[in-house]
Design a protein around this ligand. Structure first.
Ligand code: NAP
Length: 270
């Protein structure tokens, strides 16, 4: 079994990376950059997002393990003082894993070109120069005309990230589906949206047909693109569905999801 390491640049993450490399050498665990079976990320949930996109083409053969160098994260089960335990688990690895759904996004441009993306957390679309207007289609039926700041489409594991900040529901990551949450929708006698988040089933298809040609900001996890009409080429449509790919984590111990939600967002409960 070959182990890859993906760390952020903080002093603590570099210290932990050095420690892990030393322990791996001491115990005979093989290190690789190119074709790892397990990728250990060292940093935060954001670091795991970056590692996911770095190794996106190898998702079917990689399992991830996250070490958090700060507080405990949602993708990062291990703390920096647990390196010895983690190395022991890597040595005893028998392929145990847990996998979670991802989100496919297809962006269509006015010249017919289609770009494909996969999100671990979410994709958002906003218009930063004016009110965003778009037609929302669910399973090819027009559902509503949205006006507002933008829309956030998230995975179950991404539901605790941006989605939560915009009032989306937290999804149990064992659910297979995805979620649409509004960002500051306009609701009055003229304009109307549902006004609440929607959770879609595994076979659903969501299409956002954009009305403006300029001013959009499109995101996919940590990546962001500011889009404008250049030479009569602009973004016209976004299509979302559950991806055929999944993210796999090496599961050496069980961390209850709802305990993590409570610890992260509520704290002490009497
Ligand atoms: P960032 O602003 O540096 O980090 C955003 C925060 O979100 C960090 O504290 C990160 O945890 C946390 N996070 C990431 N994934 C999470 C998850 N699945 N559940 C709970 N918390 C999570 O931005 P970044 O590092 O580039 O990360 C991009 C992500 O930031 C996006 O995918 C989006 O979800 C989130 N974001 C949130 C808002 C908002 O809430 N208003 C706005 C923009 C982006 P760590 O500290 O452990 O890395």
């Amino acid at each position: 079994m070959k182990i890859g390491i993906y760390n952020n640049e903080t002093a603590e993450s570099q210290r932990v990376t050095k420690l892990l490399r030393t322990e791996m050498e001491r115990t005979g665990l093989a290190y690789t950059d190119h074709d790892p079976d397990v990728v250990v990320t060292i940093g935060g949930d954001g670091t795991l997002l970056s590692a996911f996109h770095h190794y996106q083409k190898q998702l079917d053969k990689i399992r991830f393990v996250g070490i958090h160098t700060g507080h405990l994260g949602f993708y990062t089960d291990w703390r920096s003082f647990e390196i010895d335990d983690l190395v022991e688990s890597l040595q005893e690895d028998s392929g145990q894993s847990v996998s979670y759904p991802l989100l496919d996004m297809k962006a269509t441009y006015s010249d017919g070109e289609v770009e494909s993306f996969v999100a671990l957390n979410e994709s958002t679309i906003k218009n930063i120069t004016r009110t965003m207007v778009c037609d929302v289609f669910i399973n090819n039926h027009l559902f509503e005309n949205f006006r507002g700041d933008g829309l956030c489409v998230s995975t179950p594991t991404g539901s605790t990230a941006y989605n939560k900040s915009v009032g989306g529901a937290i999804m149990d990551p064992k659910c297979i589906g995805f979620q649409l949450a509004e960002m500051a929708s306009l609701n009055n006698r003229v304009f109307r949206t549902l006004g609440s988040p929607i959770i879609f089933s595994a076979d659903s298809k969501l299409i956002l047909r954009l009305r403006e040609e300029n001013g959009h900001v499109l995101t996919c996890d940590r990546d962001q693109w500011v889009l404008k009409n250049t030479d009569d080429r602009y973004l016209t449509e976004l299509a979302y569905s559950v991806s055929k790919q999944r993210i796999n984590f090496a599961q050496y111990r069980h961390n209850d999801f709802w305990n993590r939600v409570r610890d992260s967002f509520i704290g002490g409960v009497r």
